[in-house]
Design a protein around this ligand. Structure first.
Ligand SMILES: Nc1ncnc2c1ncn2[C@@H]1O[C@H](COP(=O)(O)OP(=O)(O)OP(=O)(O)O)[C@@H](O)[C@H]1O
Length: 694
C-alpha cells in the first residue's frame, strides 16, 4: 500500500521548508528529524514568558523581560576584552544592552541610534544600573508579531537556533492536513481531546505553563496517538503471526515423562502452569507467539526444554537460541543429560562450527536426525534447514525488537515462537515491548533456595573483602568478582578486571580465573569451563556473566563499584548466586563517598530480591527511557509519550488496537483507513505490509 496522498507535503525533503538549507537539514537529521512530519512530533519542552512590559522597572531583576526601547547611544569598548555597551530607554527607564566579543558595525546595523526596537532578554543589576547582556531577541517593532508572548523552547542540538527551529516547525505545521479521526470516538469524547491538527497547534504554541504539562489534553492526545500506533503495530504483528498457517503440535507426554522422572527435583507450580499454557498453545493450529517471563533463577530453561520436547513428541524439531556462545554451551551441557534420558539427539551449532563437521550437522538437521538444536544466531543462517521445525525458543531476547521477532517467525513454515526473558519489567513497559505476545510468568522460585545475604561495603575495606573470600575458598566455595570495565579508562578510574585479576592472583594463586568481553571466544569458554569444573575458585569477570550463567556451586558475588551499575544489572548479577542449597552472599562494594542517589539504589538491591519490585523502583528512579537501554531493548523511542507518567494510556491503547483489529482486521473501514494514515505518520508503516489486503 502506498502512502496516502494527503501526507505528501509532510514527507517532502526537509529543504522544502522555510528557512531550512542543506546544513540545517543535516543538523535536524541528527535530532531524528528526517521529514517535515518529524518536526510535528518534536514538541517544546519548555516555554519562555515574552509578554510585553512597559519598562524593566516593572520587573524584579534578575529576570527575563521583553520591552520596547529607543536606542540612545553606543559605547564601544575602550579596551580590548571589555564589553560593547548600548544605552537604551524604555517607557520609564534608561538601561544598557551589553555585548561581549561583538562587532561594532554589526551592532550599529542591529540597533542604530534613534531607532525603536523590541528587545527581550535577562535583565540584571550591575553597579546599580539595569543591564541586559546579549538580548535573546532584537526586533523592529513592525516584526514584533514574530515573537510569541509565550515562546516555545525546543530541545536543541548544536548547530540550529531556537528561532530556526521554530520557523521550520511553523512551516511544517502549515502542511499538516485535515486527517480523518483514528481514535475511538467514545474515547475522544470521554477525554475531551482535541482533533489531531488542533492538538499539534496547541502543543507547539503553549499559552501558559499548563500547556506544557503531560496532562494537557493536546499532549495527552498526541501521546495516545503514538501509543496507539505502536500497539496497532504489535497487534498487527500478533494477528499476522497467528494467521500464518500454524501447525498443531500435540505432544504425547512420552518424552516429558521420562525427563521428569530423571530430574532430581520436581518442577514448581509456576513451571508446571507455564508448560501447560505453552503446550496448550502449541496444540492450536494458530502460530504461537509467547513470552516466558521469569525472574532470575526461576527455572526458565526447564520450561523451555519441556516445550521443545513437546515439539519432538509431535514428530517435529525444536531450536533454542541463546544470545552468546557461553550461554549456548551452558544450555547444551545442562540439557544433554536430559536429552539422553529421553533418548533423543541434541546438538549445538554456533559460529565456530566449520567445514565437514558443520556440513554433517546441517545434513542431520535437514533429515530430522537431530531433534533439538541449541545455538547462537548461527542457527538462523540461510543454509540451516530443518526437516520440520515446530518450535523456536529465543533466550534473553530483550535485545530484540518487534522487527526481529517478525523475521524470526519466517524460519520454518510456521514454527511456534517462545521467547524467554529474565528481565522483570513494569507492566507499562512490558506492554510497550511485548504487546504483540501472549505471556507466561514464572513468579515462583524453586523450593529450598535460601535468601541471598546482601551487604554494602566500602572499598576502603577491601582487605576485609579479600580476607572473607580467602576463607570461603578454603571452605571449598566459589565466587564471582565483577568489575565494571576491562581497560583502565583514562577519564574515570574504574577498577579494571585485568588489574583486579592480577592482584587477586598475587594474593591467592592460580585458583583465580578471568573472563571478559574482549577475550577471544575460545579463551572465554575455557575460562568458564575451568570455573564450572571447580578448577578455579574465583572468577574475575566483567558483566559478560550478567545474563544466564549458571554455576550452582558459586555462592559469593562481589560487585566492585556497585554504585555505577544499573539496578536491573545488579539484580541479574546477584542472580548468578543463590542457585544451590548453600547460603549465598553478595557484596556490593562501593567507592566512597556514596551519593545519596547511589545509596538509595544500592539499598533497594540490599533490601529485596524481588525482580519486579526492583524494576518498579528502577523506573521510579531512572525513568523509562533509560530503563532497559532503548536502543538495544527493542523498546520504541517514544517522541511524545512519557511511559512513566502516561503509562495508563498504554493499556487503553492496547485494548483499543486489538478491538479495532477484531472488527476490521485489514484496516479497510473509515477508521481503519484513518489508522493507516497514523501508522504512516509515525513510521510504523511496515506494519501495514502485514495486512493481506493492501
Ligand atoms: N523446580 C526446580 N527445583 C529445583 N531446581 C530447579 C528447578 N527448576 C530449575 N532448577 C535449577 O535452578 C537453576 C536455575 O535455572 P535456570 O538456569 O533455568 O534459571 P533461569 O530462570 O534461566 O534464570 P536466569 O535467567 O537467572 O538464568 C538451574 O540450576 C536449574 O537446574
Amino acid at each position: 500500500m502506498s502512502r496516502p496522498e494527503i501526507l505528501f507535503p509532510l514527507f517532502a525533503e526537509l529543504e522544502t521548508l522555510d528557512g531550512v538549507g542543506p546544513k540545517t537539514a543535516q543538523v535536524l537529521a541528527a535530532l531524528g528529524v528526517a521529514r517535515p512530519k518529524d518536526l510535528l512530533f518534536l514538541l517544546p519542552h519548555a516555554a519562555v514568558d515574552r509578554s510585553r512590559k512597559a519598562s524593566v522597572r516593572d520587573v524584579v531583576p534578575p529576570c527575563t523581560v521583553t520591552v520596547e526601547v529607543e536606542v540612545g547611544g553606543h559605547l564601544p569598548p575602550r579596551q580590548k576584552g571589555r564589553p560593547y555597551r548600548i544605552w537604551v530607554r524604555d517607557a520609564a527607564l534608561e538601561f544598557q544592552l551589553v555585548f561581549f566579543h561583538a562587532r561594532g558595525d554589526y551592532l550599529q546595523k542591529l540597533l542604530p541610534t534613534g531607532a525603536r526596537r523590541l528587545v527581550s532578554g535577562k535583565v540584571e543589576l550591575f553597579d546599580n544600573i539595569a543591564q541586559m547582556v546579549h538580548p535573546e531577541h532584537v526586533l523592529a517593532p513592525e516584526d514584533a508579531a514574530e515573537l510569541p508572548l509565550f515562546e516555545p523552547v525546543y530541545p536543541l542540538t548544536a548547530g540550529v537556533t531556537q528561532r530556526q527551529l521554530a520557523k521550520a516547525v511553523g512551516s511544517a505545521l502549515a502542511r499538516a492536513p485535515l486527517v480523518p479521526e483514528w481514535i475511538d470516538p467514545n474515547l475522544i469524547a470521554r477525554e475531551g481531546w482535541p482533533d489531531w491538527r488542533k492538538a499539534l497547534g496547541e502543543a507547539h504554541a503553549p499559552q501558559d505553563q499548563a500547556a506544557l504539562a503531560f496532562t494537557h489534553p493536546a499532549r495527552q492526545r498526541l501521546a495516545y496517538d503514538e501509543l496507539f500506533a505502536h500497539q496497532l503495530t504489535l497487534a498487527l504483528a500478533r494477528a499476522h503471526l497467528r494467521r500464518g498457517q500454524g501447525v498443531a503440535s500435540r505432544g504425547t507426554d512420552a518424552l516429558r515423562r521420562k525427563v521428569l522422572a530423571h530430574l532430581p527435583y520436581a518442577p514448581t507450580t509456576a513451571q508446571t502452569r507455564a508448560v501447560a499454557e505453552i503446550t496448550q498453545d502449541m496444540a492450536q493450529p494458530l502460530r504461537m507467539n509467547r513470552l516466558l517471563q521469569g525472574d532470575v533463577g526461576s527455572g526458565k530453561t526447564l520450561v523451555a526444554f519441556l516445550a521443545l520436547l513437546t515439539a519432538v513428541e509431535a514428530g517435529g524439531q525444536g531450536v533454542l537460541m541463546a544470545p552468546t556462545e557461553i550461554l549456548a554451551r551452558q544450555h547444551r551441557e545442562g540439557l544433554l543429560p536430559l536429552a539422553e534420558s529421553a533418548g533423543i539427539r541434541l546438538e549445538i551449532l554456533t559460529g565456530r562450527d566449520k567445514g565437514a563437521e558443520r556440513a554433517a550437522k546441517l545434513a542431520a538437521l535437514a533429515d530430522g536426525r537431530i531433534h533439538i538444536l541449541v545455538g547462537t544466531h548461527a542457527v538462523f543462517q540461510k543454509d540451516v534447514h530443518f526437516q520440520d521445525l515446530r518450535l523456536a525458543v529465543v533466550d534473553e531476547q530483550h535485545r530484540f525488537g518487534v522487527a526481529q521477532r517478525m523475521e524470526l517467525g519466517a524460519k520454518g513454515q510456521a514454527a511456534d515462537v517462545l521467547v524467554m526473558t529474565a528481565t522483570p519489567i513494569p507492566r507499562s513497559l512490558a506492554l510497550a515491548s511485548y504487546g504483540d505476545m501472549d505471556v507466561s510468568v514464572l513468579d515462583e522460585k524453586p523450593a529450598g533456595r535460601q535468601p541471598i545475604k546482601t551487604v554494602m561495603i566500602s572499598a576502603a575495606r577491601m582487605d576485609e573483602v579479600v580476607g572473607h573470600l580467602a576463607r570461603a575458598v578454603a571452605e571449598g566455595r566459589q565466587a564471582y568478582w565483577v568489575c565494571p570495565l576491562v581497560e583502565e579508562s583514562e577519564l574515570v578510574d574504574y577498577a579494571s578486571a585485568v588489574e583486579r585479576f592480577e592482584t587477586l592472583r598475587a594474593a591467592m594463586g592460580d585458583v583465580v580465573g578471568l573472563v571478559h568481553g574482549q577475550m577471544p571466544v575460545a579463551e572465554k569458554d575455557a575460562a568458564m569451563a575451568r570455573f564450572v569444573a571447580g578448577e578455579t575458585k574465583i572468577l574475575v569477570a566483567t558483566t559478560v556473566i550478567e545474563v544466564g550463567v549458571n554455576v550452582p556451586n558459586a555462592s559469593i558475588m562481589v560487585i566492585e563499584r556497585a554504585e555505577i551499575f544499573g539496578l536491573a544489572q545488579l539484580h541479574q548479577l546477584r542472580g548468578r548466586v543463590g542457585r544451590g542449597a548453600v547460603q549465598s552472599t553478595c557484596l556490593l562494594v562501593y567507592q566512597p563517598p556514596l551519593s545519596e542517589a547511589g545509596e538509595r539504589r544500592l539499598k533497594v538491591i540490599r533490601d529485596t530480591e524481588d525482580g519486579f519490585r526492583i524494576s518498579e523502583e528502577d523506573l521510579a528512579i531512572r525513568g523509562a527511557g533509560d530503563l532497559i537501554g532503548t536502543a538495544q531493548s527493542g523498546l520504541p523511542r517514544f517522541r511524545v509519550a512519557d511511559l512513566e507518567r502516561q503509562s495508563g494510556l498504554m493499556a487503553v491503547a492496547q485494548s483499543d488496537a486489538r478491538a479495532l483489529l477484531a472488527v476490521d482486521p485489514d484496516l479497510t473501514s473509515p477508521r481503519g483507513n484513518a489508522a493507516r494514515v497514523l501508522l504512516w505518520l509515525l513510521d510504523q508503516d511496515r506494519a501495514i505490509k502485514l495486512i493481506s489486503v493492501g
